[in-house]
Design a protein around this ligand. Sequence first.
Ligand SMILES: *Cc1c(COP(=O)(O)O)cnc(C)c1O
Length: 403
Amino acid sequence: MPLLQTLRDDLDVLEAQHLIRRRRTVETPCAPNVRADGKDYVAFCSNDYLGLAAHPLVTQALQKGVSLYGAGSGASHLISGHSRAHANLEQKLAEFMAPNIDQARALYFCTGYMANQAVITALAGKDAAVFSEELNHASLIDGVRLSRAATQVFAHRDYAALEAMLKNCTSKKRIVVTDSVFSMDGNIADIPALLALCEQYDAWLIVDDAHGFGVLGEHGRGVLEHFNLRSPNLVYMGTLGKAAGVGGAFVAAHETVIEWLIQKARAYIFTTAAAPALAHALLTSIDIIAGEEGQQRRAHLNKLIHMFRHGQDLKVWQGMPSDTAIQPVVIGKNDAMLAVAGNLLDQGYWVGAIRPPTVPLDTARLRVTLSAAHTEVQVLQLVQAINRLDQMHYVAQCFAEVA
Ligand SMILES: *Cc1c(COP(=O)(O)O)cnc(C)c1O
């Protein structure tokens, strides 16, 4: 069949470029020690930054949620799927984010991907001007495309370029869109600089804090607390499947923005509400994040980040200037990176192996993610394993040069 043959040819091209992705099937809960495809690993690739995905209080709350609300919501939020658990979660998130958002209200979404689509398409229309940071997450990029707004991409952290664009903009609906913590680099956007520009040029600032919520800030309120920001221009998106350990996402903003999303955001309206039990479990996650245990977990995570960064001793490959739980090691070519990731797997370490188009060509990288659930020994052993492989590469390179 010619249609199938075309797909097979395209798959062969990916294979030749070392771009075929393969899934490992995990038999155990999300935790540092996992069993996947029949083998045990210490995993450094989840986004479970606080170790809440398998936390006993969170899993108990999930079970309680099922006993209270059953398995599924049965309908979209605007029909009959909006349960007491969803309402309680939105109330809790609004109160939690209130120090950083004026007249805060929150809206719970099935996924962060959908939340980004929803918020961008609802705020931008064909008559809007959208300014999008170069390294934004795919879900933001897709949201911008779907909005059909006039779009300009500004170079990574180039806020002077953004200002020039804003200055020349004639549209009255201006929207700046950025990741807070860049998901493949681990560095943090200068949100205060962006917010100042948005206030000066009367633009919304949509901040995707997928990797900041729960992790950054003394109380875990993410990048807004980290920089101590508060502004009516802010539209904040936090995901709940990463540090919060469960699933879904939320948008927190001025209550008028949230009311508009409920009326207009298609990715909110035209989908079945997430299982209420997830929202019920998230009540416990947020309590942990906001409380003393959350603070202890963040402190331990920060210690591990420090250890990983300062333990690194690389001659050939490159770490990146990241202070967050995302710690990339850039290798370069796809096949070389896959060989390194494969070697680490053989040693029992499972780290993220990231290739284009997720990252630019020739910057294939290991993406190590640290979690409060890791021990210091686990992190030290991983750093040493990476250092050793880098050293071997260095020596091999020297011999190649001599020969
Ligand atoms: C993971 C992620 C998302 C998507 O969130 P999901 O809840 O997994 O759909 C959005 N933005 C960024 C930056 C992310 O890392």
